[in-house]
Design a protein around this ligand. Structure first.
Ligand SMILES: Nc1ncnc2c1ncn2[C@@H]1O[C@H](COP(=O)(O)OP(=O)(O)OP(=O)(O)O)[C@@H](O)[C@H]1O
Length: 308
């Protein structure tokens, strides 16, 4: 069965003389949430704008549900809903007026517009705000209107560019749960520079840094990637580095103080058992031992440096 909804192939884009993205390729499954991670200026918006047909790429292609976006833009765009970084809202319209306008732009059959509007509002928890001017809504609810316009035509793929940016913590939680809900029926890709956001929401992750794809795998693989690679130990009678290096799996020893050491290992977490056993056997007097969890920021920096 064909499980891909969008395929991005060797995408590159140049603004004037500088390349914003280079040779980016990835695919997205028909359901689930994919996180596009990258620091500011990494190239996320450029990638998303091209995927949605808002920007024409310098090179490469985008295929949506088997349709080449550049060759058949109108047909391909039917399957995409897009919420750009700056939500395209008309502040002086009511929610209903705005969504009706969006339905018109999406060429939804007039007869089904009321139903499409009702469904999008219901999905986004906007039922009580039909007559409210958008300028009088809170940031979180404005964002819901932005998401409602992105799903009003029931696209197979929804692209959200930093959807939680600028929201307060409660609004972020609400928008996240809305993203989860809309992803039950379709594929969702959203961009962020916040790692924890990707961790709580996504099944897959793509990371862009300085215009290049530096990580493309599942969230599980990403979590394995950030698994600890070193243990901290404190020993009353620490042995020599050479002795420690003889323990199976130990790759490097760093002496932090006279008694505390950082022991790097090959990834097999049973290393702690082996160190404890050796310590008891040789009377090193182990006082403390714990796995050094690399922080997400460390991983971020590590992956980012791959782009250099
Ligand atoms: N219209 C433009 N003209 C020239 N350069 C641009 C233009 N838009 C973006 N850039 C540059 O292209 C690079 C990628 O920008 P892009 O907006 O895609 O990154 P981003 O990952 O979305 O970052 P942010 O989170 O800050 O929006 C940046 O160096 C940016 O300055």
């Amino acid at each position: 069965m064909h499980t891909t909804i969008i395929s991005v192939e060797n995408l590159s884009h140049r603004y004037a003389s500088t390349w914003a993205i280079r040779d980016i390729s990835f695919q997205i499954d028909k359901t689930g949430i994919l996180g596009l991670l990258g620091s500011n200026g990494a190239g996320k918006s450029t990638t998303m704008n091209i995927m949605c047909g808002v920007l024409n790429q310098t090179a490469g292609k985008v295929v949506i549900d088997g349709i080449n976006l550049r060759e058949h833009p109108e047909k391909a765009k039917r399957e995409i809903g897009f919420l750009p970084q700056q939500a395209p809202l008309y502040m002086d319209l009511t929610v209903d007026e705005y969504l009706r306008h969006c339905a018109y732009l999406r060429q939804i059959d007039k007869k089904v517009v009321p139903k499409a509007m009702a469904e999008a509002k219901e999905r986004c928890g906007l039922g009580h705000f039909s007559k409210r001017l958008i300028k009088n809504l809170s940031g979180g609810y404005r964002q819901r209107v932005g998401i409602a316009q992105a799903i009003i035509h029931k696209p197979k793929l929804v692209v959200l560019d930093e959807p939680t940016n600028g929201l307060d913590p409660n609004q972020i939680i609400e928008v996240r749960s809305l993203i989860r809900e809309i992803a039950e029926e379709r594929a969702v890709i959203f961009s962020t520079h916040i790692l924890s956001e990707v961790q709580v929401l996504c099944k897959d992750i793509r990371m862009i840094e300085q215009g290049k794809l530096v990580f493309a795998d599942t969230m599980e693989a990403f979590n394995n990637y950030i698994s600890p690679q070193s243990v901290r130990v404190e020993l009353d009678h620490p042995p020599t580095n050479e002795t420690l290096l003889q323990i199976e799996g130990v790759t490097k020893v760093e002496r932090l103080t006279e008694r505390s050491l950082r022991i790097f290992f090959d990834g097999d977490r049973d290393i702690t058992d082996r160190i404890i056993r050796a310590s008891v056997q040789h009377d090193w007097y182990l006082r403390e031992i714990y796995l050094d969890k690399g922080s997400l920021d460390d991983v971020f920096a590590q992956l980012s440096s791959r782009a250099n």
